[in-house]
Write a protein that binds this ligand. Structure first.
Ligand code: PMP
Length: 383
């Protein structure tokens, strides 16, 4: 039986339209988009078409889009790039950010900057007033994610942006997890910098976007972290990954057409999954499943069950424990700890996320398979 893939927060399958666009790019558009000959100009035009699609998708201008290798690079560039610009030496972020944000901040701290890591409430949400209270005259940047990759909590980014704007402090938003299912428009969100990644929206891996608002770059350009050929207006040197950029352009086009309807359908699949599960095995929710949370994901614990073992047993269902990166490190999730869950509940936590190609039959089958393995006697316990 084929694997039921329910790990869309780790990565998404590539949409067939994206594969088609990338095949075209790899075979017809292989010239260097910086080359001045006709083939190069053709590749350049395709890249710029993708840039236009990405810009429209988030309500930005073309000149505000910088292609990167993914959200990790985008987050590093946003955080180190802004803080590296001036005398301001203080950064504010939250305890539930992705490691690429938290570790970028840690690197800054080791270099002598000050970092404030704000706590979150039991749902994983940061209080905008706490953000405002943390701002100082020397604050260079605030970085708050749009939606969490482990528990789906949506942060009040627009409200935080009002406060940071009033204080004259740039705001960075890691929108990697939100952009696939929430409306993301930089004009309403108000962030000065925004990151996302191709592989979370049915596009290719190894490509991402850093939006840098003109408001910010006109005032103080970001310090590039890669030096070389001056591509991406000097912000990110290196020959563009043309096929991936073109694939990303297609991915945002497909997403724009189906996002709203998909968000409703996937919330329905999640409900079906949880209803099926309820009749079969005890579980507790670690994430919310209503407004203020991503519609397609849920984090839950099976009391007394070792989730790592559970995953190995349910070989035909792909779900994860915590975030994919944390799973590899086998560390308890910093996000679940930050919302106050006890270690044994963290050890028994499973993250399930539905996606574009998930069917109702998949949701039901996955619930039954997980329940069988998690039922008393079905899986090794944490004891
Ligand atoms: N931020 C968040 C919120 C993420 O979920 C991820 C991917 N797990 C990243 C950043 C890193 O993205 P990428 O894999 O494109 O480097």
């Amino acid at each position: 039986m084929s694997t039921i893939y329910l790990d869309h927060q780790a990565t998404t399958p590539t949409d067939p339209a994206v594969v088609e666009a990338m095949t075209f790019a790899a075979t017809q558009c292989y010239a260097n988009p910086s080359s001045p000959h006709a083939a190069g100009i053709r590749a350049f035009r395709e890249v710029e078409r993708a840039r236009g699609a990405v810009a429209r998708f988030i309500g930005a201008g073309r000149g505000e889009i910088c292609f990167t290798s993914g959200a990790t690079e985008g987050n590093n560039l946003a955080i180190k790039g802004v803080v590296g610009t001036g005398a301001a030496r203080h950064v504010v972020t939250t305890a539930v950010e992705h490691k690429s944000v938290l570790d970028s901040c840690r690197a800054l701290r080791e270099a002598g900057h000050e970092v404030t890591v704000l706590p979150v409430d039991g749902e994983g949400r940061v209080d905008p007033d706490r953000v405002a209270a943390a701002l100082r005259p020397e604050t260079a940047l605030v970085s708050v994610m749009l939606a969490n990759n482990e528990i789906g909590t949506v942060q009040p980014v627009a409200r935080i942006a009002e406060l940071t704007r009033a204080a004259g402090v740039p705001l960075h938003c890691d929108a990697t997890q939100g952009v696939g299912s929430l409306p993301v428009d930089v004009r309403t969100l108000g962030a000065d910098l925004l990151t996302f990644s191709g592989h979370k929206i049915y596009g290719p891996k190894g490509v991402g976007v850093l939006y840098v608002s003109h408001r910010l770059s006109d005032r103080a350009p970001l310090v590039p972290q890669l030096h070389g050929g001056g591509q991406e207006r000097g912000l990110r040197a290196g020959t563009l990954n043309t096929a991936a950029v073109i694939g990303l352009g297609t991915a945002v086009g497909v997403l724009a057409a189906c996002r709203e309807a998909e968000a409703v359908r996937l919330a329905g699949l999640r409900e079906l999954f949880l209803t099926e599960l309820s009749g079969l095995v005890p579980y507790v929710l670690n994430s919310g499943v209503g407004p203020g949370f991503l519609p397609h994901a849920v984090n839950l614990s099976f009391p007394g069950v070792d989730a790592q073992q559970l995953l190995l047993e349910v070989a035909d269902v792909a779900v994860s424990t915590g975030s994919a990166c944390n799973s590899a490190a086998q560390e308890p999730s910093h996000v679940l700890l930050a919302i106050g869950l006890p270690p044994e509940r963290v050890r028994s936590s499973v993250r399930v996320s539905f996606g574009r190609f998930t069917t109702e039959a998949d949701a039901v089958r996955a619930a039954r398979a997980l329940a069988t393995a998690a039922a008393p006697g079905g899986s090794p316990t944490t004891a």
